[in-house]
Design a protein around this ligand. Structure first.
Ligand code: ADP
Ligand code: MG
Length: 258
């Protein structure tokens, strides 16, 4: 498969209009003409006030929600439905409690017709190894810590070799040390050209986390969400939270949020 040039958008949203219809009949407008694009190999962050539509945006990007108006292009083609080329990691890992860790990861390969049963097992094992869970393949989710469940969710998101990883506050309910190590893992996977994903979009309310990981941070306004501003983070990786430059980017994002 030929990869688009590095300057091409892998994902493009054009004039997205979307609202939720409440049971009361009221229509809550979330987006009223939102456009943005994500370049191939970029790590993009999304920040915005609570309830502004960040999770809704991630679902639109994944093809899980169809906008009322506007279009989503993925790799240059209109995105009509979810695809295994786009993976999502939600805030809560949502593992199936009655399946083992290995089976939970293999579930993401259920539609891969070109892989034999054995290929699927090998692939799932390789990704569990990558996230440091080899010893827990036959454990059940109830036997895992929160950090380990998040690692299973990461392995499951990446096992189908997606081009794009969408993350909705993936580290927000992990303890600080686990969050630090998972951030590092996601960053190094993204930096490793031979491993998926090549492109990441991450929603977070943790501004330091966004400045640490993202090339570019898109800040949204409250509903209906528009782009309040975009901050390009030009710092070497891995980024130290102690530097004054780091905090000037954090301030820039907070200023756009307020
Ligand atoms: P964020 O992730 O930025 O906090 P969401 O995208 O989750 O925001 O939600 C945006 C707004 O839409 C919120 O006001 C929320 O209450 C409302 N909303 C979200 N999902 C639904 C739904 N399924 N039905 C009705 N309203 C919803
Ligand atoms: Mg949300």
């Amino acid at each position: 498969m030929s990869e688009p040039g590095i300057r091409e958008p892998i994902l493009e949203l054009r004039d997205i209009v979307f609202g939720y219809k409440l049971r009361s009949g009221e229509n809550v407008k979330i987006f009223d003409g939102l456009s943005m694009s994500v370049k191939y190999a970029e790590f993009v962050g999304i920040a915005g006030p609570s309830g502004c539509g960040k999770s809704t945006l991630i679902r639109i990007m994944a093809g899980l929600i169809k906008p009322e108006k506007g279009e989503v292009f993925f790799r240059g083609k209109p995105l009509q439905k979810p695809t295994s080329r786009i993976a999502i990691m939600f805030q809560s890992p949502a593992l199936f409690p009655w399946y083992t860790v290995l089976e939970n990861v293999m579930l993401a390969l259920i539609h891969e017709k070109n892989l034999s049963g054995n290929d699927k097992i090998e692939r799932a094992k390789a990704f569990l190894d990558m996230v440091g869970l080899t010893a827990f393949e036959s454990a059940y989710p109830a036997e895992l810590s929160g950090g380990m469940k998040a690692r299973v969710a990461l392995a499951r998101a990446l096992v189908s070799h997606p081009d794009l990883l969408l993350m909705d506050e993936p580290f927000s309910h992990l303890d600080p040390l686990t969050a630090i190590s998972l951030r590092r893992e996601v960053e190094s996977l993204w930096l490793n050209q031979s491993m998926p994903p090549s492109t990441v979009v991450m929603v977070s309310h943790d501004i330091e986390e966004l400045v640490e990981l993202c090339d570019r941070i898109i800040v949204l306004t409250k509903r209906p969400a528009k782009i309040a501003g975009v901050v390009e983070v030009d710092l070497e990786r891995p980024r130290s939270r102690r530097s004054p430059e780091f905090y000037s980017y954090v301030d820039e994002v907070y200023t756009l949020l307020s």
